[in-house]
Design a protein around this ligand. Structure first.
Ligand SMILES: CC(C)(COP(=O)(O)OP(=O)(O)OC[C@H]1O[C@@H](n2cnc3c(N)ncnc32)[C@H](O)[C@@H]1OP(=O)(O)O)[C@@H](O)C(=O)NCCC(=O)NCCS
Length: 148
C-alpha cells in the first residue's frame, strides 16, 4: 500500500477524536481525560483556522492511519501525533514523523516533541528519526534542527 500524507479536513475530526480517546493514546497524553464531541469540535475548528497550525493525516492507501499536528511559533514547530489504534506496531509512527518533514512549512527550522518517560513507542519514533533527547523533570523533550 502507498503511504502518504495529506492535509486534514473537517471530515477527519471524529476519527481524530476516536484515536485520541483510545486508552493507549490517553496513557501517552499529558491530559488523560476523555474528550467529548462538542469540546473536540470546538478545539478542532479553532486549530483548522489557525494559520500557525498544520494538521495532517497519514494515509495507508485509502485508509486513514494517523494524524500529526504542528503548532508553530516563529521558526519552531511543536509536534503532536498519533497512529490509529488498529494500525500501530507496523512502523507508521516512525514514518509519520519522517514524512511530516516534507509537509512542514519552509520557515520551520526546529522540530520539538514532548513525551512522558513511559511512552517507549513514541520515544523510539523520535530517536529513530534522529531527534536529540533532553530530560526535563517528568517530561522527555525531543529536538531536531532541519537542514534544508
Ligand atoms: C506512539 C505511537 C505513535 C507509536 O506508533 P507505532 O506506529 O505503533 O510505532 P512504530 O510501529 O513506528 O514503532 C516504533 C518502534 O517503537 C517500538 N514500540 C512501539 N510501541 C511500543 C511500546 N508500547 N513499548 C515499547 N516499544 C514500542 C516498536 O517496536 C518500534 O521499534 P523497532 O523500530 O525496534 O521495531 C502510537 O503508539 C500512538 O499513536 N500512541 C498513542 C499516542 C501517542 O502516544 N502519541 C505520541 C505522543 S508524544
Amino acid at each position: 500500500m502507498e503511504i502518504n500524507m495529506r492535509k486534514a479536513t473537517m471530515e477527519d475530526a471524529l476519527d481524530i477524536l476516536k484515536w485520541r480517546n483510545d486508552e493507549k493514546s490517553r496513557e501517552g497524553s499529558f491530559n488523560k481525560e476523555k474528550i467529548n464531541i462538542p469540546q473536540h469540535l470546538e478545539w478542532y475548528k479553532k486549530k483548522m483556522s489557525d494559520e500557525n497550525c498544520v494538521m495532517l493525516i497519514l494515509m495507508d492507501g485509502e485508509e486513514k492511519a494517523g494524524h500529526i499536528r504542528l503548532d508553530i511559533q516563529g521558526d519552531t514547530a511543536e509536534i503532536s501525533y498519533m497512529i490509529a489504534p488498529d494500525q500501530r506496531g507496523k512502523g507508521l509512527g516512525k514514518e509519520i514523523l519522517r514524512l511530516m518533514e516534507q509537509s512542514a512549512p519552509s520557515d520551520v527550522k526546529v522540530l520539538v516533541g514532548f513525551t512522558l518517560p513511559g511512552n517507549e513507542g513514541s520515544r523510539k519514533c523520535f530517536k529513530d528519526n534522529d531527534y536529540t533527547e533532553f530530560t526535563a523533570g517528568d517530561v522527555i523533550c525531543y529536538i531536531k534542527t532541519l537542514t534544508r
